[in-house]
Design a protein around this ligand. Structure first.
Ligand SMILES: *[C@@H]1O[C@H](CO)[C@@H](O)[C@H](O)[C@H]1NC(C)=O
Length: 416
């Protein structure tokens, strides 16, 4: 809704003000990187006082403003630094030294409104591709970090790890993807679907799940009543197109996707499809993640068969699982996937299976939970946490029925 126009306007209004406020405290030139484009009305020279005669204010008015600005000087310095940090990611840790030379400072408490303007300003500035490797500082695309963290913290999911990293990496490296990337995560609860979605968000976006480029939809929370499905449809389409307008590389996460009404899935199909009409908004750089427990039983059967045959779970291959997963997803139960046209139109690029977790995986989750809180742990405590979970099937007691779900709450029992 005119977001772009509003942004531009806000910046033109802001720039002169910002530069005026920043007078004497090291303008853009002193930072090395190219200065922002010149404001419409001269702003930089103001520190030398050219406004004195015939300027917007009379002499006395100017003095009063100058005095006022002097007081705000220390603060404006911080504004400038904040902006430089946001835009060029430099000078981010320099507040303290600066504080000393500028005497008593008003403290590191930018008024909230000011921060918002700076966000807008830096986003606008970045839209010219003048900063940050990705051309947009909200987007970090740290694949190495994603890979390292998945390797260290996602347990027992060799397939999910491999598929997600490969798919995301290839997609981000492609200068002109033909369609949005659509991944469908499948598996029992607690196996790491949410965890991986969160990891993707936090390594692709500076602000992770809180980023304005990321939208999370939870079926029963956002779309609880089937009778309102038409208004949900309109809302969802509007939110997706607004997010993509705001942010070229957007991420949409649909949790509890098995409970999504099929007509909602069909409504968002156009955003995921191959399409060649060069409209104003390009959806082909977006990523869609669907998280569901559909197919969980098939995945578990395969894992159990492998175990019974004495084979390592790492031997389970994508080729082996994918066909069976597709078949189960097409079963016309009360499952939105089967009734929507997502599958038959091949809009899903990758199926990502999450295997059921075994006892030693749950122990690793418990260890991570202790480490995350900076608490010491013993092998015995890890065993005790793992023993609190229910293991199935009844005879083998092989897989944790809740995966690693609520493991981090369970360690509370072991705190001193
Ligand atoms: C990428 O992520 C890793 C792991 O989270 C982190 O240590 C590293 O600093 C990140 N790199 C960048 C450039 O943000």
């Amino acid at each position: 809704m005119g977001q772009g126009g509003l942004l531009g306007l806000a910046c033109w209004l802001l720039l002169p003000l910002l530069l005026l406020l920043g007078g004497g405290s090291g303008g853009p030139g002193s930072r090395g990187p190219p200065p922002p484009p010149p404001p419409p009305r001269g702003g930089r020279e103001e520190e030398q006082g050219p406004v004195a005669e015939g300027g917007p204010w009379g002499r006395t008015g100017y003095e009063a403003v100058k005095k006022h600005l002097g007081a705000a000087g220390a603060l404006s310095k911080q504004y400038w630094q904040y902006l430089a940090c946001r835009v060029w990611q430099e000078g981010c840790g320099e507040e303290e030294e600066e504080e000393e030379e500028s005497g008593p400072s008003p403290g590191w408490s930018l008024p909230v409104v000011g921060q918002d303007y700076l966000e807008i300003l830096s986003a606008w500035y970045c839209s010219f591709g003048k900063c940050c490797k990705t051309g947009d500082c909200r987007i970090v695309n740290n694949i190495t970090g994603l890979e390292a963290d998945l390797n260290g913290q996602l347990h027992g999911q060799h397939l999910a790890k491999e598929v997600v990293i490969r798919a995301v990496q290839r997609f981000l490296q492609n200068p002109r993807p033909e369609k949005a990337l659509v991944l469908s995560f499948h598996g029992w609860s607690g196996t790491g679907k949410n965890f991986v979605a969160r990891m993707v968000a936090s390594h692709l976006y500076r602000d992770g799940l809180k980023s304005e480029c990321v939208r999370v939809f939870i079926s029963l929370f956002h779309f609880p009543h089937h009778k309102y499905v038409d208004s949900y449809k309109a809302q969802l389409k509007k939110q997706i197109s607004e997010t993509v307008q705001l942010c070229k590389q957007s991420l949409f996460i649909f949790d509890e996707a098995e409970k999504l009404h099929f007509s909602l899935l069909d409504a968002i199909k156009p955003f995921m499809a191959h399409y060649d009409n060069e409209g104003q908004v390009d959806y082909r750089r977006s990523i869609f993640l669907f998280l569901s427990n559909l197919g969980g039983n098939t995945i578990n059967e395969v894992a159990l068969d492998f175990w019974r045959a004495g084979r390592a779970r790492e031997e389970i291959s994508m080729e082996f699982l994918e066909q069976r997963l597709r078949l189960e997803l097409q079963e016309p139960e009360e499952n939105g996937y089967a009734r929507s046209h997502l599958l038959e139109e091949n809009l899903i690029d990758f199926f990502v299976p999450f295997l059921p977790l075994e006892y030693h995986h749950v122990k690793l989750c418990a260890r991570d939970a202790f480490l995350a809180r900076g608490l010491p742990y013993t092998e015995a405590a890890l065993d005790e946490v793992a023993r609190m979970m229910v293991f199935v099937p009844t005879e083998e007691k092989l897989f944790s029925a809740q995966g690693c779900k609520s493991v981090s709450q369970r360690i509370n029992y072991f705190l001193p």
